[in-house]
Ligand binder design. Structure first.
Ligand SMILES: [Mn+2]
Length: 308
């Protein structure tokens, strides 16, 4: 009796068998970046990617929304985790840029690349890598977060997690959603730059009518989108496992509506990231939420895009 149930599922996202997780057969790739250096309050985001992978192995492949097992039709390849560089935050951002540009320009290469953080500062490297491999032309960013992250510099570094969106803005315009914590300098900056940044504060983001969704659809129309999700944008009652939890925020259902709006209206979403999970030992719900969100993002981008 050497039944396969004696053995664990492969250690990759969703525990997929080889034929659904080999690079050449997978339209979705996932790059874990277990980086943590500039986190200012609660620590632990270096453990985020491993916790998401572990939780993903419990996620049901069947998705009621699609009436099938979407992963079977597109496949997901989980790459080895990126080596972290600790000489300086800038060196790490450069390393992320290299890695992302390299994966997107390689052969085979992913149709959609997901990146797992680690802290949010890596996103500046992700968008630069994307711009380098595929050009910054018609590229925009949709950014879910509790924090505006528009500081030019924080604790001596322009590459702190608190500056993530400001660095991204050097590459392309941003539509940010769920914001409920910012400094007065950041508020002034946003006020001065309405063409570069649209900020949907938490009150508007959680309003049942969801009027901002129309603007979001318009913002991504005919654009290639980098979709960056800082998990602290979600309500901390469902997502407490973050370094800086902020009361209020986005529900699971609203998060999915935002994701569907982006993926259904954009020309393409070649890269997304899900960052800042700082797992709390023994509390599995938030890890599971993050894993399920990543699966939904792959399904919306690879399986669920409406043909136009
Ligand atoms: Mn944040």
């Amino acid at each position: 009796m050497a039944g396969h149930e004696l053995y664990q599922a492969p250690w990759n996202f969703l525990g997929l068998p080889e034929n659904l997780s080999e690079p050449a057969r997978s339209r979705g790739w996932l790059l874990p970046v277990p980086y943590e250096s500039t986190t200012s309050y609660g620590a632990g985001t270096r453990d985020g990617p491993a916790a998401i992978l572990a939780a993903s192995r419990q996620v049901e492949l069947y998705d009621h929304e699609f009436g099938e097992e979407p992963a079977l039709s597109y496949g997901i390849h989980t790459t080895l985790p990126l080596n972290t560089v600790h000489s300086s935050p800038e060196a790490m951002i450069n390393s992320v840029e290299e890695a992302v540009a390299g994966l997107l320009a390689g052969a085979p290469c992913p149709e959609v690349l997901g990146v797992l953080g680690g802290e949010h500062s890596i996103s500046a490297g992700v968008v630069r890598g994307l711009a380098r491999a595929r050009s910054a032309e018609s590229l925009v960013v949709v950014h879910v977060d509790a924090h505006s992250d528009m500081r030019d510099e924080y604790e001596g570094s322009p590459y702190s997690h608190a500056c993530a969106a400001r660095r991204i803005l050097e590459t392309c315009p941003i539509f940010q959603i769920g914001i409920r914590n910012l400094s007065s300098d950041e508020a002034k900056f946003l006020h001065r730059n309405p063409k570069k940044v649209r900020t949907v504060f938490a009150e508007e983001a959680t309003d049942p009518k969801g009027r901002f969704l129309r603007d979001l659809a318009q913002f991504v129309q005919k654009k290639r989108v980098f979709f960056t999700i800082d998990l602290d944008g979600l309500d901390p009652s469902i997502m407490p496992s973050v370094g800086t939890p902020e009361p209020g925020g986005i529900s699971w259902e609203r998060m999915l509506v935002i994701a569907r709006t982006v993926t259904a209206n954009a020309a393409a979403v070649p890269v997304f990231d899900v960052v800042e999970l700082a797992p709390i030992p023994g509390l599995r719900g938030p890890d599971f939420l993050a894993a399920k969100l990543v699966y939904k993002l792959f399904s919306y981008t690879l399986n669920g895009r409406k043909k136009k």
